[in-house]
Design a protein around this ligand. Structure first.
Ligand code: PLP
Length: 287
């Protein structure tokens, strides 16, 4: 396996970074997770825009242009002979000293890893998944904006651990006011009376690229979609619930905190949108 590391392609065993890298010491950096389908990188432009905007927000200079980064991603896929893969882009503040001050870091570290996919087993897309809400809260956009896809993922990791303890594959975070925000690495949609609702970013959610794609597809298909705040009650009483994310794509949720959603199986709207999404992933993308 070949990994792009600071300007060179190196073998996985040789892909190591300094213990003084501020990405490691402080989680000072940003990242993206991107998918490639049949050799096409899906929504690459959108992912790069989010990466560069996250970096800009934390005043982190990425030493490559978006065009150069595109070439690096395509080359990493090529070297690993991957057509369907998951690409992880990491840009950290780079090597500094033990102080917090990023001024001591001379240059950002840039890493691109491409791997075959590891997502939920196929059966779960047919049956839907059970999720739980957990105690870990999502900060709202007035604190560290969740729109910054930073290397500080402790919140999300705590959510994942709570999900593991509860014996479910994913869990939902609420914000400090009790509004539903998102999963550990997915956005949430609920369907009620044929209308789709998803929380706005300011509730405390990363505005996912899959989420935006689903909004677009749903509107094209004539569904009404609204960004709205809602609580657990609206989730429990929804006709359908599903999660969206680069890794998960679109996955139905059939039970939340022990409450069966709708008829307890993936609903018609969810299936309709998943099929349209899959169609789009093979059509679109950067070669
Ligand atoms: N929310 C969080 C916290 C995430 O890390 C991700 C994954 O990137 C998502 C939502 C879904 O976003 P996207 O569809 O852009 O992958």
């Amino acid at each position: 396996q070949w990994i792009f590391l600071n300007g060179s392609y190196v073998k996985k065993e040789d892909a190591v970074i300094s213990v003084y890298d501020h990405g490691f010491l402080y989680g000072d950096g940003v990242f993206e997770g991107i998918r490639s389908y049949s050799g096409n990188v899906f929504k690459l432009h959108e992912h790069l825009v989010r990466l560069y905007e996250s970096a800009k927000s934390i005043m982190l200079e990425i030493p490559y242009t978006q065009e150069e980064m595109t070439q690096i991603i395509v080359e990493t896929l090529r070297r690993n002979e991957l057509k369907d893969g998951y690409i992880r882009l990491v840009v950290s503040r780079g090597v500094g000293d033990l102080g917090l001050d990023p001024a001591n870091c001379r240059e950002a570290s840039v890493i691109v890893i491409a791997e075959p996919l590891r997502i939920y087993p196929k059966e779960l897309y047919d049956t839907g998944i059970e999720i739980a809400t957990v105690a870990t809260r999502r900060n709202r956009s007035d604190v560290l904006n969740p729109m910054i896809k930073s290397l500080n993922y402790l919140n999300n990791i705590l959510v994942k651990m709570e999900a593991n303890l509860a014996g479910v594959p994913e869990a939902l975070m609420l914000n400090d006011q009790g509004y539903v925000a998102e999963g550990s690495a997915d956005n949430i949609f609920i369907v009620k009376d044929g209308k789709l609702l998803t929380p706005p970013g300011h509730v405390g959610a990363l505005v996912g690229i899959t989420r935006n794609t689903i909004i677009e597809i749903a509107r094209e298909k004539g569904y009404e979609v609204e960004e709205a705040m809602f609580t657990r009650h609206e989730v429990y009483t929804a006709d359908e619930v599903f999660l969206t994310g680069t890794a998960a794509e679109v996955i139905a949720v059939v039970k939340v905190d022990g409450r069966v959603i709708g008829e307890g199986k993936p609903g018609q709207v969810t299936n309709d949108l998943l099929a349209a999404f899959r169609e789009q992933t093979v059509k679109d993308g950067v070669k």
